[in-house]
Design a protein around this ligand. Structure first.
Ligand code: 1VU
Ligand code: MG
Length: 353
């Protein structure tokens, strides 16, 4: 066990000091692209400023014979692009048991470590995976002479990862956040779904039969579809909040179903997630809209803050009781709106109106 006093010491001589807090930069939308796909890669410079995060994906969805091209493509894009103040550059490296990950980490940190904000690590199973990456990154940062540490984001996509979620979140000061990996997690859990995220029409509850009806099977009874991911996302949110890091939804694979995509994103937003992935340009606007509070919610939250004065006691507002606890919820909304307004002039105008 490491001593608490050692936690914020660099893990290699010459590596930058670990951060004590996750930097408060917007990350409502983490936009995935395949750097080995020339058409997609060509679009990336023009997407700077339109998304909070551009993520060069090296793992699943990149063909095995394109892994090296994807890595080299990402290096080329990162070197040639100025990402500005408002767009971060992240990558998703290959899994820790794959033949590619060591070269992914060595190449990316030494070649473009100064441009990379966060490395997403897939299929994290326990704190030992984070410890491995933590030390290796420190060694590579020292070699590259980096001035700030690269942060780590874990994807939860195995039952063991879920069982160890709190320890993963607390494994290193580098931990920036967690995403849900619903497709791999479903397979690992032996769920009987075949989709990438989202609900399933078979996962439902049925209304009771009317009183006195014997043949309940044939009675006309309403059904209500349930959220397959509620437990998992709620557990992730608690683990992240406990350790001061950020929870995210993940992929929604039905690109054409923009309505269900928005619903899934909103469920995650309401439960506490700060952002999500976008896999296709059509999902970017949905993610930005859903993960920014509405003008009405911000206006209401500000009214509560004003009505609560010094923040103690109870008041009536529009027939509802407000007190210290509702004030705290409103402050979450107001602080998020203020943070987003600093980098998004359209939202600043919307929230000022
Ligand atoms: O109009 P153009 O032909 O010039 O461009 C196409 C296409 O190249 C472009 N485009 C993208 N540009 C930037 N980033 C993207 N992610 C992106 N996706 C597409 O937009 C134009 C229209 O494209 P389209 O509608 O014809 O779509 P395609 O059939 O070309 O591509 C669809 C897929 C889903 C294959 C593509 O969007 C993609 O590969 N997205 C990323 C997938 C990914 O990263 N998956 C891994 C994360 S999910 C996971 O691991 C769990 C399962
Ligand atoms: Mg996966």
């Amino acid at each position: 066990m490491r001593s608490a006093k050692d936690f914020f010491k660099p893990l290699a001589v010459g590596a930058p000091r670990p951060v004590t807090e996750v930097p408060a930069r917007p990350s409502r939308v983490i936009h995935f692209f395949d750097p080995s796909n020339e058409k997609m890669a060509a679009k990336i410079p023009s997407m700077v400023g339109t998304v909070d995060v551009l993520l060069g994906n090296l793992e699943d969805a990149v063909k095995a014979d394109k892994k090296v091209a994807a890595r080299e493509g990402l290096v080329k894009i990162a070197k040639a692009t100025d990402f500005g103040e408002n767009t971060q550059l992240w990558t998703r490296v290959n899994a820790l048991d794959s033949p590619w990950v060591l070269d992914d980490l060595v190449t990316l940190v030494t070649e473009i470590g100064d441009k990379l904000d966060v490395i997403m690590v897939p299929k994290v199973e326990g704190p030992e995976d984070i410890h491995y990456v933590d030390r290796l990154l420190a060694q590579l940062e020292a070699r590259a002479g980096l001035q700030r540490p690269i942060l780590v984001h874990a994807i939860l996509e195995t039952a063991r990862g879920m069982a160890n979620v709190e320890e993963i979140c607390g494994a290193s000061p580098r931990m920036q956040g967690l995403s849900l990996g619903p497709a791999d997690l479903a397979a690992d859990r032996r769920m009987k779904t075949t989709r990438v995220g989202g609900g399933h029409p078979g996962y439902l509850v049925r209304q009771d039969p009317p009183a006195g009806v014997d043949d309940a099977v044939h009675a006309d009874r309403a059904t209500y579809q349930q959220d397959l991911w509620h437990y998992t996302i709620a557990r992730m949110v608690d683990a992240c909040a406990m350790h001061g890091i950020l929870p995210y939804y993940g992929p929604f694979g039905d690109i054409k179903d923009v309505v269900a995509c928005e619903d899934q994103f909103r469920n995650a937003f309401l439960l506490g997630c700060v952002g999500t992935w976008s896999l296709h340009p059509v999902q970017i606007e949905i993610a930005k809209r859903v993960f920014s509070p509405s003008a009405e919610d911000v206006a209401h939250a500000r009214r509560v803050v004003e009505a609560m004065g010094d923040g103690t006691g109870a008041v009536m507002l529009d027939g509802k009781m407000e007190d210290d606890a509702s004030l705290k919820q409103c402050l979450v909304i107001v602080e998020l709106a203020e943070r987003l307004s600093r980098t998004d002039p359209e939202l600043a105008q919307l929230y000022a109106a």
